[in-house]
Ligand binder design. Structure first.
Ligand code: PEP
Ligand code: MG
Length: 575
C-alpha cells in the first residue's frame, strides 16, 4: 500500500486531438503554443543544469541540441501558418509538422543527421505534454522534485518501469494490463505497489491530487478522507502481523506437513534482487528473467562480458543452490524501444523469445557463452523460453555446442555438463513433453503464457482479465498431462508462472505432482506457510477432485475452500 500525490501521465505517443478553431480563437492558440515553448525551454534548461552538476558537462550537452530544436524558426513558423490557414488546433499542427521533420531526418543517409530525428521527437513530446496539459514520462524522473509520487498512466510498459527511478515511485496505477503482464511482475520485483487495468483512471485523477493505492485488493482511492486513512492504517497493521506469522516459518523446510519436499525458488529479474531471495530463504532461483537486464541497458544484449558479470554474481551469491537463468524472452510485451524489435500486430504470437534468439544467432551465442562461463562459478541451469517443439530445442542445443567450442578455442574453462531446461508455456510443447524430455534435463511450466495460449486470452488485456483463469478445467488437465509425461520420462517439473505465487493454487500444484515452485520472493513466505500446513495425500485428493470438475468457478471455489481450511487449521486469522 502507498499514499502520496499523483503524477499523471499519458504514454509516450499521446493521442493528439484535432478540431477546428474559430478565427477569433486563433490568437489564443498561438499564445498556448508560445507558452508551451517557453515552459519546455525552462524545463530543458533546468535539466541541463541538473545533469551538468550531477553527471557532467558532456552528458548535459545533449540538451543544447534539444534547445536548438526548440528555437528552430522553420518548425515554429510552419506550425503557426498551418494553424492559421486550416483553422485547426495548434497541438495537431505542431505534431504534424514535427512528424514531417522527423520522417525527413530519419531517412537521411548520415548517422549524425539521423540522430537529429530523435532530438526532434524528444522535444516534440515535451512540447506536446505542455500543450495537452499532461506531464511526460521523462519529466517524472527529472523534473527536479525530490519527493516520491504515485505514477498514474494510461499504459506503462516493462521498459518504462525498468528506467524509472525507483526512489521516486510510491506506486503505479495503469489503465491497461493484467495481473500476469510484465508491468505488474516487474513492479512487484521492485516492491512497488501496483494496480493495473483501471479503465479511465488518467481522466479521473488530476495531477498532484493525493491518492491511496492498495495493491492487496487492487483499489485506488482518490483524495482519501481521515476515516479512510484510519481504516487503511488498521488494515496495514493487520497485514503486517499476518506477514510476521508467515515469516515465522521461513527457516523451516519447504515441505508438506507429512514431509513431501517442494523446494520454493525465487523468480528474479536482476542481480540486485538476490538479497530478496536470500531474505526469504529461497532455495536458489527457478526463473531469472535475463531480459530484465537488457530492458535497463540495451548494451547488455550484445555483450557477453556484461552478461557474464551479472550471471556470475547471482550464481556465486546463491551457490550451491541452483540458479536457473532463462535466455532472453524479448518480444511480446517486452519489446525493446529500438529497431532491434519490430512493432508487430500480434506480438505475443510473434517474433519473441527463442524465435528472436534463433534468428539472431550472433546475439544468442553472446548470451550462451556468458552463461557457460558463469556456470563455472556455481550451480547454473539454462532455461529456454517459448519452446513450441523439438526443432527449437535441437537448434538451441546446436548453438550451445558452438558456444562451448568457441570458448574452448579461446582457452576458457567450461564445465562438462550444464543442465538445460525447456519452458512449457505453449500448448504444443505441453503435448510434446515426452519427446522434449528426451533432450533436456528439466521442464518449467510458465502458466502465464500457457493459460494465454491455451485459452486464447491476452494476458495483458484488462477487458478480458477475468478470463485468464488458472482454475479453468482445461488448465488443470494440461498441467496434469505435463506433470505425468515429465515424470514418466524421469524429468523434474517446476512451475514458475504467477500461479505458483498464489497460495490458493499451492494444494492443486502439489497434488498434481509438481516437484518445485518458483515465485516472487515477496509472496514466498505465504506460499511456504500454506505448503507446510497441508498433507501431500490430501493435496492429491484435491487435484483428483478438480480433474473431475467441469467448470472454472467450481474448481476455484473448491480450491478456495481447501485454502480456507488450511488457514483455519493453522489457527491463522486473516480478519
Ligand atoms: C510464464 O509465461 O508463465 C513465465 C513465467 O514467463 P513470463 O511471465 O516471463 O512470460
Ligand atoms: Mg512466459
Amino acid at each position: 500500500m502507498a499514499r502520496g500525490s499523483a503524477f499523471v501521465f499519458q504514454h509516450e505517443d499521446p493521442e493528439v486531438p484535432v478540431y477546428q478553431v474559430a478565427e477569433a480563437e486563433l490568437r489564443r492558440e498561438q499564445a498556448r503554443f508560445e507558452e508551451a515553448l517557453v515552459a519546455t525551454r525552462e524545463e530543458l534548461q533546468a535539466l541541463r543544469e541538473q545533469i551538468a552538476a550531477q553527471v557532467g558537462e558532456a552528458e548535459a550537452s545533449v540538451f543544447d541540441a534539444h534547445l536548438l530544436v526548440l528555437e528552430d524558426r522553420a518548425l515554429i513558423e510552419e506550425t503557426l501558418l498551418a494553424s492559421a490557414e486550416k483553422r485547426v488546433n495548434i497541438d495537431h499542427c505542431f505534431a504534424s509538422v514535427a512528424e514531417r521533420y522527423i520522417e525527413f531526418f530519419e531517412h537521411i543517409d548520415d548517422a549524425y543527421l539521423r540522430e537529429r530525428a530523435s532530438d526532434i521527437r524528444d522535444v516534440t513530446k515535451r512540447v506536446l505534454a505542455h500543450l495537452l496539459g499532461r506531464g511526460g514520462f521523462r519529466s517524472f524522473g527529472d523534473d527536479g522534485r525530490a519527493e516520491a509520487r504515485v505514477f498514474v498512466a494510461n499504459n506503462i510498459n516493462a521498459s518504462d518501469i525498468a528506467q524509472l527511478p525507483r526512489e521516486k515511485i510510491l506506486a503505479l496505477v495503469a489503465e491497461t494490463g493484467g495481473q500476469t503482464g510484465h508491468t505488474y511482475i516487474m513492479a512487484r520485483a521492485m516492491k512497488v505497489p501496483a494496480v493495473v487495468g483501471v479503465a479511465g483512471v488518467t481522466e479521473k485523477i488530476a495531477m498532484g491530487v493525493p491518492v491511496l493505492v492498495d495493491g492487496y485488493d487492487g483499489t485506488v482511492i482518490v483524495d482519501p478522507g481521515e476515516d479512510t486513512l484510519f481504516r487503511y492504517g488498521e488494515f496495514r497493521r493487520k497485514r503486517k502481523r499476518l506477514q510476521e506469522v508467515y515469516e515465522s516459518e521461513l527457516g523451516e523446510p519447504a515441505e508438506t506437513r507429512d514431509g513431501r519436499p517442494c523446494p520454493l525458488r525465487a523468480n528474479l529479474e536482476t542481480r540486485e534482487e538476490v538479497v530478496d531471495a536470500k531474505a526469504v530463504h529461497a532455495e536458489g532461483v527457478g526463473l531469472f528473467r535475463s531480459e530484465g537486464m537488457v530492458l535497463r541497458d540495451r548494451a547488455a544484449l550484445a555483450s557477453e562480458e556484461l552478461q557474464f558479470r551479472e550471471y556470475r554474481e547471482v550464481v556465486r551469491a546463491l551457490d550451491p543452490a541452483p540458479v536457473t537463468i532463462r535466455t532472453f524472452d524479448i518480444g511480446g510485451d517486452k519489446y525493446l524501444p529500438s529497431r532491434l524489435t519490430v512493432r508487430e500486430r500480434n506480438p505475443f504470437m510473434g517474433f519473441r523469445a527463442i524465435r528472436y534468439c534463433l534468428k539472431n544467432p550472433g546475439l544468442f551465442k553472446e548470451q550462451l557463452r556468458a552463461l557457460l562461463r558463469a556456470a563455472s562459478y556455481g550451480n547454473l541451469r539454462i532455461l529456454l523460453p517459448m519452446i513450441s517443439g523439438v526443432r527449437e530445442l535441437h537448434a538451441a542445443r546446436e548453438l550451445l555446442a558452438e558456444a562451448r567450442a568457441e570458448l574452448r578455442a579461446r582457452g576458457e574453462e567450461v564445465p562438462e555438463a550444464v543442465a538445460l531446461g525447456c519452458m512449457i508455456e505453449i500448448p504444443s510443447a505441453a503435448l510434446m513433453v515426452d519427446v522434449l524430455a528426451k533432450y533436456c534435463d528439466f521442464v518449467s511450466i510458465g502458466t502465464n503464457d500457457l493459460i494465454q495460449y491455451l485459452l486464447a486470452v491476452d494476458r495483458g488485456n484488462d477487458n478480458i482479465a477475468e478470463l485468464h483463469e488458472p482454475s479453468h478445467p482445461a488448465v488443470v488437465r494440461i498441467l496434469h498431462t505435463i506433470v505425468r509425461e515429465a515424470k514418466a520420462a524421469g524429468v523434474p517439473v517446476s512451475v514458475c508462472g504467477e500461479m505458483a505465487s498464489d497460495p490458493v493454487y499451492t494444494g492443486l500444484l502439489v497434488g498434481l505432482g509438481v516437484d518445485e515452485l518458483s515465485l516472487s520472493p515477496s509472496l514466498l513466505p505465504e506460499v511456504k506457510y500454506i505448503l507446510r500446513h497441508m498433507d501431500a495425500a490430501e493435496a492429491e485428493a484435491l487435484a483428483a477432485e478438480c480433474l473431475r470438475m467441469e467448470g472454472p468457478r467450481r474448481i476455484r471455489r473448491r480450491l478456495g475452500a481447501f485454502h480456507e481450511e488450511l488457514v483455519r487449521r493453522s489457527a491463522l486469522t486473516t480478519h
